[in-house]
Design a protein around this ligand. Sequence first.
Ligand code: NAD
Length: 535
Amino acid sequence: MSRVLCRSVIALRLRLPMARHASYLVDDPKYSFLKDLGLDKKNVGVFNGKWEANGQLIQSYSPANGKVIAEVQSANTADYELCAKAAQEAWHAWAELPIPARGEIVRQIGDALREKLQPLGQLVSLEMGKILPEAIGEVVEYIHVCDLAVGLSRTLPGTIFPSERPGHVLIEKWNPLGLIGIISAFNFPVAVYGWNSAIAMVCGDVSIWKPSDTTPLTAVAVTKIVESVLTKNNIPGAVAALCVGGRDVGQTLVQDHRVKLVSFTGSTAVGQQVGVEVQRRFGRHLLELGGNNAIIVNADANLDLLLNAALFACAGTAGQRCTTTRRLLIHEKVFNEVVSRLKKAYAGVVSRIGDPLLSETLIGPLHTAAAVEAYKKTVAEAVKQGGTIEFGGKVMDREGFFVEPTIITGLPHDSPLVKSECFAPIVYCIQIPDLDTGIQYNNEVEQGLSSSVFTENLSDVFKWIGPHGSDCGIVNVNIPTNGAEVGGAFGGEKATGGGRECGSDAWKAYMRRSTVTINYSGTIKLAQNIKFGDE
Ligand code: NAD
């Protein structure tokens, strides 16, 4: 939905005055943290070493009250071109820096983020809508990735293999890719950039970041923090370029042959187009797409543990995590108990839905008016198809984009609704007779991001993590589907895109590998002992 149309919908829904020069939240002393981050009423959304933009003006608003926070001038095609040129130019010096020296820059970025932890978390909460502890957690995640990347900068491997030929050595050498593109989704407006940027920087890449056009202020604030470190160290700012914009800027980046890797985080529908487009030019892509995550509740599950986990997993972040639990596959023996206890747990948090910046709030708003419409449509369709709304199901009568967390029973496990991702706090409870059926249901959706089983049975744990278990990228036991740590590789299979970010060997996506054979024997020997001619 275009920003202008979006504003009209908000104004209708919230009966807001559409005054052209209404005061913005950035000028309200209550939100003074915005000024601490260097934000103003009108901000430049393009950074190529210099801040300069000529595209459309975007208004960024708070989903909690529909009020405009501030404006951001986005990129046009010419602005994107300047970013790409400047970033490519900056790459030469950046790639020549010793890897530990690049790590030192990333270490300083981590420290700069620590200094701005509170205001940046507050901005994420205000602009995206997640509650403050989660928003701060997101900045902490970026800091953790910086720590991980600093370690990596001292340990990036290169292997020497034994050669079959005398006087030869076989080396695997890793080099930076060059310019990479990072396209991010609205729901993790800091962490997703951090996952990519920190690792890519130590790998020796430079980047252009195309953030979501509904969280542009967070992107500007993060880039200002990174810029401060680069400037202090006399590093060209274009090493970490920013291009705020919508689909048009995203498409330009995706089609740009100079961009060696496109790391895309977003919906499966858009990610599929991006993947095909990048493949068309033989670029590299890293796709982090939609999920449809399930928790299996075994008959022997510790239900106290399960209920504790499920509340956050299903209703937390107002259902706007890629790893949110959307299906509870519950053993028939404990089905009624789980549903009834979950309803009680939901009832206990309804009074704590509200302004995400307040300490008593547990659940914030949906991000946009369009998300509220999608929620309404899904609930209506579920009822039409014979589902029972066990809890919630309604839009809340208050300013902002608030909906009730919702529990639905009675839909078949394979109904198209259950098999699709609605990015809202709706969970489907489905009965299973045994773990095998649970695994079958878990795996039958097209997405393959996260999954979990609650059980006390060791054999079931190993079945679940084995070849006939969950087919997801994240396979948990006795914890919710959401809330991953940075040390492991994050990502999912099938329509979730297959990409991996953060820990483990995810760095490999940001580098190119050369197999190098060096002959120091003084004679030419062919592999496999092949004799050619009279030799
Ligand atoms: P989205 O697909 O609407 O947008 C994602 C990004 O793509 C935005 O920056 C957008 O401007 C850009 N974009 C839109 N059309 C484009 C095009 N044709 N070419 C290039 N770029 C384009 O997603 P969203 O609504 O911002 O985010 C929610 C989705 O993201 C959910 O499906 C969620 O599951 C997924 N997500 C996945 C992960 C993961 O790690 N797997 C993490 C976060 C979010």
